[in-house]
Design a protein around this ligand. Structure first.
Ligand code: FAD
Length: 345
Protein backbone atom coordinates (compact mmCIF):
# COMPACT_ATOMS: atom_id res chain seq x y z
CA UNK A 1 0.00 0.00 0.00
CA UNK A 2 1.23 3.54 -0.77
CA UNK A 3 2.47 5.35 2.32
CA UNK A 4 0.69 8.65 2.88
CA UNK A 5 3.00 11.69 2.76
CA UNK A 6 2.13 14.00 5.65
CA UNK A 7 3.15 17.65 5.37
CA UNK A 8 2.03 21.17 6.34
CA UNK A 9 1.08 22.36 2.88
CA UNK A 10 0.79 20.99 -0.65
CA UNK A 11 1.23 23.46 -3.50
CA UNK A 12 -0.43 22.34 -6.71
CA UNK A 13 1.61 23.75 -9.58
CA UNK A 14 5.32 24.62 -9.80
CA UNK A 15 4.96 27.71 -12.01
CA UNK A 16 6.61 31.01 -11.01
CA UNK A 17 3.90 31.85 -8.49
CA UNK A 18 3.99 28.44 -6.77
CA UNK A 19 7.79 28.65 -6.56
CA UNK A 20 7.76 32.10 -4.95
CA UNK A 21 5.07 31.00 -2.51
CA UNK A 22 7.39 28.18 -1.35
CA UNK A 23 9.81 30.94 -0.33
CA UNK A 24 7.15 32.97 1.48
CA UNK A 25 5.94 29.86 3.36
CA UNK A 26 9.52 28.86 4.14
CA UNK A 27 10.06 32.21 5.89
CA UNK A 28 7.18 31.22 8.17
CA UNK A 29 8.58 27.72 8.85
CA UNK A 30 5.89 25.99 6.84
CA UNK A 31 6.92 22.70 5.19
CA UNK A 32 5.91 22.25 1.59
CA UNK A 33 5.48 19.47 -0.94
CA UNK A 34 4.98 20.71 -4.48
CA UNK A 35 3.35 18.75 -7.30
CA UNK A 36 3.36 19.47 -11.04
CA UNK A 37 2.17 17.53 -14.05
CA UNK A 38 5.15 18.67 -16.07
CA UNK A 39 8.53 16.99 -15.79
CA UNK A 40 10.18 20.26 -14.74
CA UNK A 41 9.39 23.43 -12.77
CA UNK A 42 8.49 26.82 -14.24
CA UNK A 43 4.96 26.46 -15.62
CA UNK A 44 4.26 28.71 -18.60
CA UNK A 45 7.66 30.45 -18.31
CA UNK A 46 9.63 27.24 -18.94
CA UNK A 47 7.12 25.44 -21.10
CA UNK A 48 5.89 28.23 -23.39
CA UNK A 49 8.53 30.98 -23.50
CA UNK A 50 11.85 29.96 -21.87
CA UNK A 51 13.94 32.24 -24.09
CA UNK A 52 11.59 35.23 -24.30
CA UNK A 53 12.57 38.31 -22.31
CA UNK A 54 10.21 39.47 -19.55
CA UNK A 55 10.42 43.20 -18.79
CA UNK A 56 8.06 43.67 -15.83
CA UNK A 57 9.60 41.68 -12.98
CA UNK A 58 10.47 44.32 -10.35
CA UNK A 59 14.22 44.83 -10.09
CA UNK A 60 14.98 42.93 -13.32
CA UNK A 61 14.93 45.22 -16.37
CA UNK A 62 15.09 42.07 -18.49
CA UNK A 63 15.00 38.40 -17.55
CA UNK A 64 14.13 35.41 -19.73
CA UNK A 65 11.37 33.00 -18.70
CA UNK A 66 13.87 30.25 -17.86
CA UNK A 67 16.30 32.57 -16.02
CA UNK A 68 13.44 33.78 -13.82
CA UNK A 69 12.53 30.19 -12.97
CA UNK A 70 16.17 29.33 -12.23
CA UNK A 71 16.36 32.30 -9.85
CA UNK A 72 13.10 31.38 -8.13
CA UNK A 73 14.40 27.83 -7.60
CA UNK A 74 17.61 29.23 -6.11
CA UNK A 75 15.59 31.56 -3.87
CA UNK A 76 13.43 28.79 -2.39
CA UNK A 77 16.30 26.26 -2.07
CA UNK A 78 17.10 27.12 1.60
CA UNK A 79 13.64 25.83 2.56
CA UNK A 80 14.14 22.44 0.82
CA UNK A 81 10.67 21.90 -0.62
CA UNK A 82 10.02 18.36 -1.83
CA UNK A 83 9.18 18.43 -5.53
CA UNK A 84 7.03 15.83 -7.27
CA UNK A 85 7.21 16.28 -11.04
CA UNK A 86 5.29 14.37 -13.71
CA UNK A 87 2.25 13.94 -11.42
CA UNK A 88 -1.21 15.45 -11.67
CA UNK A 89 -3.25 16.12 -8.54
CA UNK A 90 -6.51 14.39 -9.36
CA UNK A 91 -8.64 14.63 -6.23
CA UNK A 92 -8.91 16.64 -3.03
CA UNK A 93 -10.88 15.41 -0.02
CA UNK A 94 -11.72 17.58 3.00
CA UNK A 95 -11.10 15.64 6.24
CA UNK A 96 -11.30 18.10 9.16
CA UNK A 97 -13.91 20.79 9.88
CA UNK A 98 -13.73 24.44 8.83
CA UNK A 99 -11.94 25.51 12.02
CA UNK A 100 -9.21 22.85 11.78
CA UNK A 101 -9.29 21.62 8.19
CA UNK A 102 -7.22 18.74 6.92
CA UNK A 103 -6.99 17.58 3.35
CA UNK A 104 -6.13 14.43 1.44
CA UNK A 105 -4.86 14.73 -2.13
CA UNK A 106 -4.33 11.92 -4.59
CA UNK A 107 -2.24 12.08 -7.76
CA UNK A 108 -2.48 10.10 -10.98
CA UNK A 109 0.81 8.41 -9.99
CA UNK A 110 -0.96 6.88 -6.95
CA UNK A 111 0.68 9.12 -4.33
CA UNK A 112 -1.40 10.26 -1.36
CA UNK A 113 -0.73 13.45 0.62
CA UNK A 114 -2.26 14.74 3.84
CA UNK A 115 -1.86 18.39 4.80
CA UNK A 116 -3.32 21.25 6.80
CA UNK A 117 -3.68 23.63 3.90
CA UNK A 118 -3.55 23.59 0.08
CA UNK A 119 -2.31 26.30 -2.23
CA UNK A 120 -3.55 25.99 -5.77
CA UNK A 121 -1.03 27.69 -8.08
CA UNK A 122 -2.20 25.82 -11.16
CA UNK A 123 -2.09 28.70 -13.66
CA UNK A 124 -4.31 28.08 -16.65
CA UNK A 125 -4.82 24.52 -15.42
CA UNK A 126 -3.13 21.46 -16.77
CA UNK A 127 -1.16 21.47 -19.99
CA UNK A 128 -2.78 19.00 -22.37
CA UNK A 129 -1.19 17.77 -25.59
CA UNK A 130 -2.71 18.91 -28.87
CA UNK A 131 -3.68 15.74 -30.71
CA UNK A 132 -3.25 15.17 -34.43
CA UNK A 133 -6.49 14.67 -36.37
CA UNK A 134 -6.00 10.97 -37.19
CA UNK A 135 -9.10 8.80 -37.14
CA UNK A 136 -8.88 6.02 -34.54
CA UNK A 137 -5.69 7.37 -32.87
CA UNK A 138 -7.32 6.86 -29.45
CA UNK A 139 -7.21 3.06 -29.99
CA UNK A 140 -3.42 3.24 -29.69
CA UNK A 141 -3.04 5.92 -26.99
CA UNK A 142 -1.11 4.67 -23.97
CA UNK A 143 0.04 1.50 -25.76
CA UNK A 144 1.70 2.70 -28.97
CA UNK A 145 0.89 6.43 -29.16
CA UNK A 146 2.36 8.72 -26.48
CA UNK A 147 2.25 12.51 -26.14
CA UNK A 148 5.10 12.65 -23.62
CA UNK A 149 8.15 10.50 -22.95
CA UNK A 150 8.16 9.39 -19.31
CA UNK A 151 10.69 6.53 -19.56
CA UNK A 152 13.07 6.39 -22.54
CA UNK A 153 13.78 2.65 -22.01
CA UNK A 154 10.16 1.92 -22.99
CA UNK A 155 11.21 2.70 -26.58
CA UNK A 156 14.38 0.59 -26.68
CA UNK A 157 14.49 -1.62 -29.78
CA UNK A 158 11.31 -0.07 -31.24
CA UNK A 159 10.62 1.52 -34.60
CA UNK A 160 9.69 5.02 -33.50
CA UNK A 161 7.87 7.61 -35.61
CA UNK A 162 8.18 11.13 -34.17
CA UNK A 163 5.97 13.87 -35.63
CA UNK A 164 6.60 17.61 -35.26
CA UNK A 165 9.13 20.34 -35.90
CA UNK A 166 9.54 22.00 -32.48
CA UNK A 167 11.97 21.48 -29.62
CA UNK A 168 10.16 18.44 -28.14
CA UNK A 169 10.13 16.57 -31.47
CA UNK A 170 13.80 17.31 -32.14
CA UNK A 171 14.97 16.66 -28.55
CA UNK A 172 13.29 13.26 -28.44
CA UNK A 173 14.54 12.39 -31.92
CA UNK A 174 18.11 12.98 -30.74
CA UNK A 175 17.61 11.25 -27.38
CA UNK A 176 15.80 8.18 -28.66
CA UNK A 177 17.79 7.44 -31.79
CA UNK A 178 20.62 5.59 -29.91
CA UNK A 179 18.04 3.42 -28.08
CA UNK A 180 15.42 2.72 -30.71
CA UNK A 181 15.80 0.23 -33.57
CA UNK A 182 15.06 3.12 -35.95
CA UNK A 183 13.80 6.65 -35.54
CA UNK A 184 11.89 8.46 -38.26
CA UNK A 185 11.12 12.17 -37.89
CA UNK A 186 8.13 13.41 -39.86
CA UNK A 187 7.35 17.11 -40.33
CA UNK A 188 5.03 19.03 -42.65
CA UNK A 189 7.84 21.02 -44.25
CA UNK A 190 11.62 21.24 -44.32
CA UNK A 191 11.76 24.17 -41.85
CA UNK A 192 11.93 23.58 -38.11
CA UNK A 193 11.00 25.77 -35.13
CA UNK A 194 13.42 23.84 -32.86
CA UNK A 195 16.79 25.20 -31.69
CA UNK A 196 19.20 25.37 -34.68
CA UNK A 197 21.84 23.17 -32.96
CA UNK A 198 19.25 20.36 -32.56
CA UNK A 199 18.20 20.71 -36.19
CA UNK A 200 21.84 20.54 -37.31
CA UNK A 201 22.46 17.44 -35.16
CA UNK A 202 19.38 15.78 -36.63
CA UNK A 203 20.47 16.58 -40.21
CA UNK A 204 23.88 15.11 -39.49
CA UNK A 205 22.28 11.83 -38.33
CA UNK A 206 20.11 11.76 -41.46
CA UNK A 207 23.22 12.42 -43.60
CA UNK A 208 25.00 9.48 -41.91
CA UNK A 209 22.03 7.19 -42.50
CA UNK A 210 21.46 6.80 -38.75
CA UNK A 211 17.81 7.94 -38.93
CA UNK A 212 15.17 9.03 -41.45
CA UNK A 213 13.57 12.39 -42.11
CA UNK A 214 10.28 12.50 -44.01
CA UNK A 215 8.14 15.45 -45.09
CA UNK A 216 4.37 15.00 -44.96
CA UNK A 217 1.54 14.13 -42.60
CA UNK A 218 0.18 10.93 -41.04
CA UNK A 219 -3.22 10.15 -42.53
CA UNK A 220 -4.00 6.77 -40.95
CA UNK A 221 -2.64 4.12 -38.60
CA UNK A 222 -2.48 0.36 -39.00
CA UNK A 223 -2.32 -2.17 -36.19
CA UNK A 224 -4.25 -4.48 -33.89
CA UNK A 225 -5.27 -4.49 -30.22
CA UNK A 226 -3.54 -1.18 -29.56
CA UNK A 227 -0.26 -2.38 -31.07
CA UNK A 228 0.78 -0.12 -33.91
CA UNK A 229 2.30 -1.74 -37.02
CA UNK A 230 2.49 1.11 -39.51
CA UNK A 231 1.41 4.58 -40.55
CA UNK A 232 0.28 5.97 -43.91
CA UNK A 233 2.00 9.22 -44.82
CA UNK A 234 0.76 11.74 -47.34
CA UNK A 235 3.57 13.69 -48.98
CA UNK A 236 3.53 17.19 -50.48
CA UNK A 237 3.33 15.84 -54.04
CA UNK A 238 0.06 14.07 -53.17
CA UNK A 239 1.54 10.56 -53.04
CA UNK A 240 0.99 8.30 -50.03
CA UNK A 241 3.49 5.79 -48.66
CA UNK A 242 3.32 3.48 -45.66
CA UNK A 243 6.10 3.09 -43.11
CA UNK A 244 6.58 0.43 -40.46
CA UNK A 245 6.48 1.67 -36.86
CA UNK A 246 5.55 0.35 -33.40
CA UNK A 247 5.47 3.70 -31.66
CA UNK A 248 4.08 7.10 -32.63
CA UNK A 249 5.14 10.22 -30.70
CA UNK A 250 3.22 13.30 -31.92
CA UNK A 251 4.55 16.61 -30.53
CA UNK A 252 2.05 19.26 -31.66
CA UNK A 253 2.35 21.58 -28.67
CA UNK A 254 0.25 22.01 -25.57
CA UNK A 255 -3.01 23.71 -24.62
CA UNK A 256 -4.24 24.46 -21.12
CA UNK A 257 -7.39 22.99 -19.55
CA UNK A 258 -8.70 23.42 -16.01
CA UNK A 259 -8.62 19.63 -15.62
CA UNK A 260 -9.52 17.89 -12.35
CA UNK A 261 -9.60 21.15 -10.31
CA UNK A 262 -13.18 21.56 -11.55
CA UNK A 263 -14.19 18.58 -9.37
CA UNK A 264 -12.64 19.68 -6.06
CA UNK A 265 -15.83 21.26 -4.70
CA UNK A 266 -14.62 24.87 -5.08
CA UNK A 267 -16.77 27.72 -6.35
CA UNK A 268 -15.70 28.51 -9.90
CA UNK A 269 -16.27 31.46 -12.20
CA UNK A 270 -15.51 30.99 -15.90
CA UNK A 271 -12.99 28.25 -15.15
CA UNK A 272 -11.19 30.38 -12.55
CA UNK A 273 -11.25 30.14 -8.77
CA UNK A 274 -12.75 33.22 -7.03
CA UNK A 275 -10.80 34.36 -3.95
CA UNK A 276 -10.90 37.29 -1.54
CA UNK A 277 -8.15 39.89 -1.81
CA UNK A 278 -7.12 39.83 1.84
CA UNK A 279 -5.88 36.25 2.03
CA UNK A 280 -6.64 34.71 -1.40
CA UNK A 281 -8.69 31.92 0.17
CA UNK A 282 -11.23 30.01 -1.91
CA UNK A 283 -14.78 29.05 -0.94
CA UNK A 284 -13.29 26.11 1.02
CA UNK A 285 -11.51 27.25 4.22
CA UNK A 286 -7.87 26.17 4.17
CA UNK A 287 -7.65 26.03 0.36
CA UNK A 288 -6.02 29.07 -1.27
CA UNK A 289 -5.58 29.99 -4.95
CA UNK A 290 -2.78 32.22 -6.23
CA UNK A 291 -1.52 33.26 -9.67
CA UNK A 292 -3.33 32.88 -13.00
CA UNK A 293 -5.84 30.35 -11.63
CA UNK A 294 -7.64 32.84 -9.36
CA UNK A 295 -10.01 35.70 -10.03
CA UNK A 296 -11.12 38.81 -8.12
CA UNK A 297 -12.15 42.34 -9.11
CA UNK A 298 -9.25 44.02 -10.90
CA UNK A 299 -7.19 40.83 -11.29
CA UNK A 300 -4.22 41.14 -13.66
CA UNK A 301 -2.71 37.87 -14.89
CA UNK A 302 0.84 38.98 -14.24
CA UNK A 303 3.65 37.21 -12.44
CA UNK A 304 4.14 40.14 -10.08
CA UNK A 305 0.46 39.99 -9.01
CA UNK A 306 0.92 36.28 -8.22
CA UNK A 307 3.96 37.04 -6.07
CA UNK A 308 1.92 39.51 -3.97
CA UNK A 309 -0.92 36.98 -3.65
CA UNK A 310 1.47 34.24 -2.50
CA UNK A 311 2.95 36.51 0.19
CA UNK A 312 -0.45 37.39 1.61
CA UNK A 313 -1.86 33.86 1.39
CA UNK A 314 1.19 32.54 3.27
CA UNK A 315 0.33 34.72 6.29
CA UNK A 316 -3.10 33.09 6.61
CA UNK A 317 -1.81 29.59 5.83
CA UNK A 318 0.45 30.00 8.86
CA UNK A 319 -2.66 30.15 11.07
CA UNK A 320 -3.87 26.77 9.82
CA UNK A 321 -0.45 25.20 10.28
CA UNK A 322 0.37 26.78 13.67
CA UNK A 323 -3.00 27.78 15.20
CA UNK A 324 -1.38 28.28 18.61
CA UNK A 325 1.42 30.62 17.40
CA UNK A 326 1.15 34.38 16.90
CA UNK A 327 2.82 35.58 13.75
CA UNK A 328 5.14 38.55 14.06
CA UNK A 329 5.84 40.37 10.84
CA UNK A 330 9.53 40.43 9.90
CA UNK A 331 11.53 41.82 7.00
CA UNK A 332 13.84 39.30 5.31
CA UNK A 333 16.67 41.72 6.10
CA UNK A 334 16.16 40.88 9.79
CA UNK A 335 14.83 37.29 9.57
CA UNK A 336 17.28 35.26 11.65
CA UNK A 337 15.70 31.95 10.58
CA UNK A 338 16.32 32.78 6.91
CA UNK A 339 19.83 34.00 7.60
CA UNK A 340 20.61 30.76 9.51
CA UNK A 341 19.33 28.70 6.57
CA UNK A 342 21.47 30.75 4.19
CA UNK A 343 24.44 30.29 6.53
CA UNK A 344 24.96 34.04 6.97
CA UNK A 345 23.78 34.40 10.60
P1 FAD B 1 1.65 28.66 -14.55
O1 FAD B 1 2.88 29.30 -14.99
O2 FAD B 1 0.58 28.40 -15.57
O3 FAD B 1 2.02 27.29 -13.82
C1 FAD B 1 0.99 26.45 -13.35
C2 FAD B 1 1.53 25.03 -13.17
O4 FAD B 1 0.51 24.23 -12.54
C3 FAD B 1 1.85 24.35 -14.50
O5 FAD B 1 3.21 23.94 -14.49
C4 FAD B 1 0.87 23.15 -14.56
O6 FAD B 1 1.48 22.00 -15.13
C5 FAD B 1 0.56 22.92 -13.08
N1 FAD B 1 -0.73 22.26 -12.84
C6 FAD B 1 -1.97 22.64 -13.28
N2 FAD B 1 -2.92 21.79 -12.84
C7 FAD B 1 -2.27 20.86 -12.08
C8 FAD B 1 -2.69 19.68 -11.37
N3 FAD B 1 -3.98 19.33 -11.29
N4 FAD B 1 -1.73 18.94 -10.76
C9 FAD B 1 -0.41 19.28 -10.82
N5 FAD B 1 0.04 20.37 -11.47
C10 FAD B 1 -0.87 21.15 -12.10
N6 FAD B 1 3.52 37.56 -17.34
C11 FAD B 1 4.20 38.65 -16.90
O7 FAD B 1 4.06 39.06 -15.75
N7 FAD B 1 5.05 39.32 -17.77
C12 FAD B 1 5.26 38.91 -19.06
O8 FAD B 1 6.01 39.55 -19.80
C13 FAD B 1 4.59 37.74 -19.52
N8 FAD B 1 4.78 37.25 -20.77
C14 FAD B 1 4.13 36.12 -21.17
C15 FAD B 1 4.37 35.61 -22.45
C16 FAD B 1 3.72 34.47 -22.88
C17 FAD B 1 3.99 33.94 -24.27
C18 FAD B 1 2.80 33.81 -22.02
C19 FAD B 1 2.10 32.56 -22.47
C20 FAD B 1 2.56 34.31 -20.75
C21 FAD B 1 3.20 35.46 -20.31
N9 FAD B 1 2.99 35.98 -19.04
C22 FAD B 1 3.69 37.08 -18.61
C23 FAD B 1 2.03 35.36 -18.11
C24 FAD B 1 2.75 34.55 -17.05
O9 FAD B 1 3.55 33.54 -17.67
C25 FAD B 1 1.72 33.91 -16.11
O10 FAD B 1 1.04 34.96 -15.47
C26 FAD B 1 2.41 33.04 -15.08
O11 FAD B 1 3.08 31.95 -15.69
C27 FAD B 1 1.39 32.50 -14.10
O12 FAD B 1 2.10 31.73 -13.17
P2 FAD B 1 1.39 30.59 -12.33
O13 FAD B 1 2.46 30.04 -11.44
O14 FAD B 1 0.16 31.14 -11.72
O15 FAD B 1 0.91 29.50 -13.39
Amino acid sequence: MTETIVTDVVIVGAGPVGLFTVFELGLLDVKVHMIDILSKPGGQCSELYPEKPIYDIPGFPLVTGQALVDNLLEQCKPFSPTMHYGEMVESVEVLGDATAPKFRLRTDAGEIFECKSILIAAGGGSFQPKKPPITGIELYEGTSVFYAVRKMEAFAGKKVLIVGGGDSALDWTLNLHPLAERVTLLHRRDAFRAAPHSVNAMRELVGNGAMDLLLGQVTSLKGQDGQLQGAAIKHDDGTTTEIECNVLLPFFGLTMKLGPIADWGLNLHENLVPVDTEKFETSVPGIFAVGDINTYPGKLKLILSGFHEGALAAQRVHRYVYPEKRLTFQYTTSSTSLQKKLGVA
